[in-house]
Design a protein around this ligand. Structure first.
Ligand code: HEC
Ligand code: HEC
Length: 249
């Protein structure tokens, strides 16, 4: 039995992987890690690993979108007192920080976790997320998700929408924005964009285009932004920001 196991391991981790063209494993341990889909050097810093940095550590799960308890929303509201200066009293920013009101909860959780781990770079948000526990992050997401979105109805499919938003650009492999960002469909983890400040949208699209923002796990946004011209970035940002007026209290 033992001999059989050893023989199977030799075939599975040694011989079979070595037949692959991209075989680069440094030994049996590397092969085991590759087979299991985990990094072989958990502790090592990205820079020491030599390989490109992992885009994000966050695994998005449908459970993250579940409605939270009122207690969680209450705890989130208290924590959010530290955030109002930039993100607004009710999650609607009056500066160029992103709105958080009505944002999908899994988006807030993922982005805060990415700031905390340094996968999304922002000195301000790195400092502010540093001391947030997983529980704090969940509560903040529950609170912001409970607030009303920018005052308009969601974008529906309509001939007057910019082409990229409505149908994308199939020849350039750009899927329509509304197929991921809400309106027609929302993909888990894709933020609500309606009413976001224009400068913020332009900035983020440029960061994706330049590859400076890399926390989109499957390159969804880098692929889209990479194929866009500066004029197109301006046009879609103008469109999504068109209702950026703050809600009247
Ligand atoms: C001093 C201003 C400031 C404060 C205070 C602040 N933020 Fe931010 N926040 C920003 C800016 C600016 C960005 C965009 C940064 C970037 O370019 O990635 C941001 C981005 C975010 C995002 C990403 C949103 C998105 O759509 O991708 C989340 C979530 C967030 N902040 C949550 C919080 C929470 C929660 C707090 C309070 C604990 C907080 N912020 C406090 C300025 C601030
Ligand atoms: C295939 C799905 C998909 C398509 C199509 C798509 N996006 Fe995205 N977009 C995402 C995801 C997922 C994220 C969040 C990435 C992350 O995890 O940080 C994102 C993030 C963004 C952000 C950053 C927002 C923030 O608050 O952090 C902007 C801006 C954006 N997309 C604009 C667009 C525009 C404009 C289009 C159409 C030209 C578009 N996207 C098309 C999936 C998509």
């Amino acid at each position: 039995m033992a001999a059989l196991t050893l023989a199977a391991m030799a075939v599975g981790f040694g011989w079979l992987p070595s037949a692959h063209q991209d075989f680069s494993a440094g030994g049996v341990w590397d092969s085991i890690c590759r087979a299991a889909g985990v990094p072989s050097s958990w502790g090592a810093k990205d820079s020491q690993r030599g390989a490109p940095a992992v885009a994000s550590n966050v695994i998005l799960l449908p459970e993250m979108t579940r409605t939270a308890s009122t207690a969680a929303v209450g705890r989130g509201a208290t924590l959010a007192l530290n955030c109002t200066m930039c993100h607004g009293m009710k999650g609607m920013s009056r500066s160029d920080a992103p709105n958080l009101a009505g944002q999908y909860p899994e988006v807030i959780m993922k982005q805060l976790a990415d700031y905390k781990s340094g996968k999304r770079g922002s000195p301000i948000m790195a400092a502010l997320s540093k001391n947030l526990s997983d529980e704090n992050i969940k509560d903040l997401a529950a609170y912001y998700a409970s607030l009303p979105k920018a005052r308009t109805a969601p974008t529906m499919y309509d001939e007057s929408l910019p082409a990229l938003v409505r149908v994308g650009a199939p020849m350039r492999n750009i899927a329509p924005c509304i197929s991921c960002h809400g309106g027609v469909d929302q993909k888990l983890g894709a933020p609500w964009l309606e009413g976001m400040p224009k400068d913020y949208l332009v900035q983020q699209l440029q960061l994706f285009k330049k590859g400076e923002r890399r926390n989109d796990g499957q390159l969804q946004m880098r692929n889209v932004a990479n194929a866009m011209t500066a004029e197109e970035i301006d046009a879609v940002a103008t469109f999504y920001a068109r209702k950026a007026l703050p809600v009247r209290e």
